[in-house]
Design a protein around this ligand. Structure first.
Ligand code: ATP
Length: 680
């Protein structure tokens, strides 16, 4: 039986006043009501309510205790015209209502427990969903705010969109802490795994280790994802790679899980994966433009020397150069690590040796460019601090000068507590001496007389001839740890990478997020628009993206998040930005986010901002977890729709159904037993 709550009482502009007559119904913000009028069903959305007792104040003070219960109340709801289902040639169509319902028309509650209301919800979902084969359900229509365990959404009223279209035009999820951003997004990922017919490459930058939680318990999110992917014949070969960045290399061996489509590894990252320009872009935030400029200048001098060494006829020099300059001609993390070592092993001695007016070596070149010792010290401290590296003093030789015994030391990098592992050349004292000798050789050609460094000529003491490849002493090995290019390739091919950066400092996590995002973008840029269109859409899920999309950050040409927000769609790359505050984002950039999912928020600035795009923002502070509004131009109705986004754990029934179904013979062992044996 339809639940009548009242009548249309009056209208004014877009506001409809409903006089409530039901004793049982207490209105809630966002409640959906409907009116049937011929073949029109007009849906109203509650934006406010009012109620009063129709008596004069003096009566309230009547002596009888029961006076209030004996008199009637006047209650009303203020609602806005939300949607209208009409019909043309007996086919239902969805409209934005232009006319209010007639006065005195009965008004009903769109409560999914009633069969007529349920039919209306289903029709709405039909009319608003994309009909494409690869469409996945991203949310469910919500007929109000849940109350006392009741439910205001139903599974039958889902909104389906083609993820491929939606993701490349960027999605932003806005909501205060605990509003359900993460659990809802995991729900969305699960719907992708269950329903999509097209692969999407996902990079999930996991700040808090939330996506891999319970992976070994057999019931966490990963478990659900695996089961869902295996059941989906279009995605059954999609891999999920979970990578937890850690400082320890050994953990790799005993703490990794592998399955044909799921792996979990703990590993550090290698320094050659990180690029100097990314590091510099990151530093602007911490050191300001002037100091960052100095580091850039310093790094330029050093990189130029390595570019030169790369062209030399000396094979060792060329090999050394390739450690510091990656194959794409970009100075990398090893070069960043060398900067503090140049200070400790060269500049310090050059400064000591200087006579009044005569500066020498690298120190002279730096001072000529306005970079003084105190600047270098700051740069050095910041590099070590951000990267988690330390400097360790190592003895390389004992000599005797005029009968006096003297030990010779050199400063090397200690990366044992860092997630970024540097090349052995920077850790092994003798190898480092060879690097410094080569560096010095080129530096001498560029300017200023050298000075004497304690480590100089020590290589010959060790009997190492730096000119010959393979002589003992020069250690050429690649750094341990995962390479960012491997991660990028996995995503490019339509797989899911969960990059757990929870053990990193914020700065390290930002550095990694920026580096990988830029690499993904540059790869597609190189492939070109047409080639990229043939590749799977890549979605980058990131909580840090909004921090890099503020007005002062979006101007930086090296900011990959800003570039992706502006140009990503051409190259099939989309951002899923998760934020507690949308108003920090630069306005034009925010305009590039075509899909908005707005959850509970109390932020005044966000409420104002969202009001402008038509979200009934007065309801936002009162929403329950994962209740919100969805606005996407990919649905036929261009209005913010009240939705519920179920959490991943609310799809338990779907997963159980899959698990109970016998596995198909052509998929081999993809059943519960198989996964359990891997995960438990
Ligand atoms: N596995 C789970 N089982 C039951 N409830 C959960 C689970 N995970 C999260 N929740 C609940 O869902 C609500 C939303 O949590 P969620 O982590 O999605 O919020 P969030 O908006 O991402 O918060 P934050 O900004 O702090 O990350 C919380 O009340 C939380 O307690």
């Amino acid at each position: 039986m339809p639940i009548q709550v009242g009548f249309i009482y009056e209208w004014e502009g877009n506001t409809i006043r409903v006089a409530l007559t039901s004793r049982d119904y207490i209105p809630g913000l966002g409640d959906l009501l409907y009116v049937k009028e011929g073949d029109r069903t007009i849906i109203l959305q509650t934006v406010s309510y009012e109620g009063r007792i129709p008596i004069t104040p003096i009566s309230i003070q009547a002596s009888s205790q029961n006076v209030l219960t004996n008199i009637s109340k006047e209650m009303g709801v203020l609602a806005s015209l939300f949607l209208e289902i009409s019909s043309i040639n007996n086919k239902p169509i969805l409209l934005k209502p232009r006319r209010p319902p007639r006065l005195m028309q009965p008004v009903f509650l769109l409560d999914p427990s009633d069969s007529e209301a349920l039919e209306i919800l289903k029709t709405l979902s039909e009319l608003t969903s994309e009909k494409k084969d690869d469409a996945s359900t991203i949310a469910y229509l919500r007929a109000g705010v849940t109350w006392h365990g009741g439910s205001k959404y139903v599974r039958e009223a889902g909104f389906k969109v083609s993820l491929k279209n939606m993701l490349r035009k960027h999605v932003i999820i806005i909501g205060q802490t605990g509003s359900g951003k993460t659990s809802g997004l995991k729900g969305l990922l699960l719907r992708y795994a269950l329903e999509s017919q097209e692969k999407v490459g996902w990079l999930i930058i996991d700040r808090h280790g939330e996506y891999t939680e319970g992976y070994s318990s057999g019931k966490g999110f990963i478990w659900y994802m695996n089961t869902a992917l295996h059941s989906n014949k279009w995605l059954s070969n999609v891999e999920i790679k979970a990578i937890r960045l850690t400082t320890s290399i050994d953990a790799n061996k005993d703490k990794s899980y592998h399955h044909e489509t799921f792996s979990f590894v703990k590993s550090p990252l290698n320094a050659s994966s990180i690029e100097l320009k990314e590091f510099i872009a990151l530093l602007e935030r911490r050191m300001g433009i002037e100091m960052t400029g100095m580091l850039e200048e310093f790094a330029d001098i050093v990189s130029n020397i390595f570019y030169e060494l790369g062209k030399s006829s000396d094979e060792i020099a060329r090999k050394i150069s390739s450690v510091f300059i990656s194959t794409d001609n970009e100075p990398n993390g090893n070069l960043i690590a060398l900067i503090p070592l140049l200070y400790a092993n060269m500049v310090v001695y050059e400064r000591e040796a200087q006579r009044k007016d005569e500066k020498r070596g690298l120190f002279k070149i730096l001072v000529d460019r306005g970079i003084y010792t105190h600047h270098i010290r700051i740069i050095r401290r910041i590099i070590l601090n951000i990267m988690g590296w330390k400097i360790r003093r190592e003895k390389i030789a004992d000599t005797s000068i005029m009968g006096k015994k003297k030990s010779i030391y050199i400063d090397v990098i200690d990366d044992s507590n860092s997630i970024v592992k540097v090349n052995q050349l920077l850790k092994d004292p003798v190898s480092l001496v060879v690097v410094l000798e080569k560096f010095l050789g080129k530096l001498g050609e560029l300017g200023g007389p050298e000075t004497s460094y304690p480590w100089k000529n020590i290589v010959s003491i060790h009997g190492v001839k730096p000119d010959s490849v393979g002589e003992p002493g020069v250690v050429f090995t690649s750094e341990p740890g995962i390479n960012i290019d491997e991660i990028v390739n996995t995503i490019e091919n339509g797989n899911i990478v969960i990059l757990d950066v929870s053990q990193l400092s914020n700065e390290q996590a930002d550095l990694i997020a920026l580096t990988i995002s830029r690499k993904i973008f540059e790869n597609r840029l190189m492939a070109g628009v047409e080639e990229s269109a043939r590749k799977p859409v890549v979605a980058i899920v990131s909580e840090e993206a909004p921090l890099y999309l503020s007005p002062d950050k979006v101007e930086n040409p090296f900011n990959p998040f800003a570039r992706i927000a502006r140009e990503g769609r051409k190259f099939n790359i989309g951002l899923i930005a998760i934020t507690q505050l949308a108003s920090i984002i630069e306005k034009q950039i925010l305009g590039n986010f075509n899909t908005l999912i707005v959850l509970r928020t109390k932020s005044r600035s966000d409420i104002e901002l969202l009001k402008d795009i038509g979200v009934p923002s007065e309801t936002l502070p009162f929403l329950n977890d994962r209740e919100g509004y969805l606005y996407t131009p990919d649905l036929p109705i261009k209005e913010p729709l009240p939705v519920y986004i179920p959490a991943w754990f609310e799809h338990e029934d779907d997963i159980r159904r899959i698990e109970e179904k016998p596995s198909e013979p052509d998929k081999g062992k993809s059943s519960k037993e198989d996964l359990k044996s891997i995960l438990l």
